[in-house]
Design a protein around this ligand. Sequence first.
Ligand SMILES: [Zn+2]
Length: 333
Amino acid sequence: MSVASLLPWHHALWQRLQSGQARQAHAWLLRGRSGIGKVDFALHWSRAWLCETPTTDSMACGRCSSCNWFEQGNHPDFRLLTLTQEDEAEGSTTRKKATQISIAQVRALGSFFELSSHRAQRNRLVVIHPAEALNNSAANALLKMLEEPPADMRFILVSHQSHLLLPTVISRCRIVDMPMPTREQATHWLQSRGMQDAEQLLDLAGGAPLQLTAGQMPEAKQTAQITQMLAQGERLNPYTLATSCVALGMETAIDMLQKWVHDLLSVRLAGEVRYYRHEQLAALAARADLAALLGLEQRLRQARRLASHPLNATLQFEALLLHYMQLFTLKTA
Ligand SMILES: [Zn+2]
């Protein structure tokens, strides 16, 4: 494997971390926002560390028995601790993702610890993701391991909310701030994977391209359609759009509307866009009635508070959208 298999915005970091000194730590914390490829990096790193014949770039060779085990997900010297799927209720067929990494999962590492590496002179590796999901007792159990790890053991913690980690755990780790891709890198990368409207979708994902590929935003296409409709201003069809909003989910749709309205206000008052780089936004902002726009922002905030128990979602969206359309008809020249 060559460095080309890394995400493009990880190349410089990869080179930096391959120096002999950097490799000496036994615990690492990769932190940074969600959707920028932290886990991808952690897995590349793990695989390279375990590889028997790494390349000159310190990448995994992709051919040795260690690389094969890793590929097949059964490497004897590697453990991934992450959120598991659990049954929603007894007898239920639906499964949901656990919200915590449990102490049982951490304790299961105990037996991994006791065994020596399957291969002489090799590393063993544990990746924990997302590390903030360790509950309190799990984090404390991990802390004990971090304090006295066997010499051949390495930990990589991955977190997008590292402020939730125990300070004692953080202090045991070498911290790596994971880089955000530039807009150009992210757009290009999405386009190379066949994504259309990459720029527009990237804005919705706050510049974090893996949000769009990891299924974290399956609604990305729907949201793109909704912004297209919002861009029509007073000419939009509130009944069609209300239906789309309901389909997207009350909270997500209100969040979108709030961001759109936030951008209209922000463009109008400060000339800045935060969420949507839509070509129509500036023109709409210039035409909108400012008092009505502030009123709509207020109203969306209230709607958000009630979003978890809406009385009638469709009617509520229709009312909000009629208010939105009035922004562009109230203004007197
Ligand atoms: Zn290999």
